[in-house]
Design a protein around this ligand. Sequence first.
Ligand code: HEC
Length: 230
Amino acid sequence: MKKQILFVCIIVLAAIIFSACKHELGVIEIPTPAPGSTGLTCSTDSVYFANDILPLINSGCAMSGCHDNITRKENVVLTSYATIIKYVSPGNAGNSKLYSVLNKSGGDRMPPPPNAAFTTAQKALIQKWINQGAKNNACDRCDTIDYKYSTAIKPLMQSKCQGCHNPSNLGGGIDLSTHAGTKVVADNGKLFGSINWVAGYSAMPKSSFKMPACEITQVKKWITAGAPNN
Ligand code: HEC
């Protein structure tokens, strides 16, 4: 009898240790079409899946422990167009789970507390993408001429990084929701090392595909200029 109890304890302990050690990551595949590689000019009134929606969902929903393809919380995986579209009724955001869960309260809200809720602007983006038909689209919006913090760098951080790097979810202790926090990693070399996937740095955005070369150049130019708050 005692042996059986011990056996059960060992199993339970092993399960706990195993679940706390999910070091492998669910990886977001590079979407086709890919952002920045299509040569397609972005229309200012359109929302694009690869450029706008997938990065937002990667950092807000598909992080490790949630809807990545390893954890599969509630059996929901949100790592590709094919898996995301299951929760969308194209043309009808009001009838789409991907959108409605953003506005729920308490623990039903996604991302659930203590994670920050999506901002009004982020919710509006998802709503608009769905209402525009929830297409699997991409375009080339990046221009290396612009590398100002306010118009180029901040929007990049907001869509690709901030979900995992904000005061309530400080990945690696790094806050990319403010200029000050971003400047810290710009100055110590970690920002460039991580987005350029340099050996010795953690590749960012985590568990996703590499940012288009044009966006990496924008960040590089901004860092070289001294990472100003311009
Ligand atoms: C899905 C969550 C997630 C996303 C998205 C993400 N990060 Fe991270 N990041 C983390 C976590 C967790 C760590 C700390 C653990 C590690 O280094 O992997 C980290 C670490 C870092 C580091 C420190 C790297 C080092 O080698 O010390 C930098 C810099 C960084 N992130 C920048 C970014 C930038 C820039 C983006 C957007 C382009 C981004 N992250 C997107 C989760 C994320």
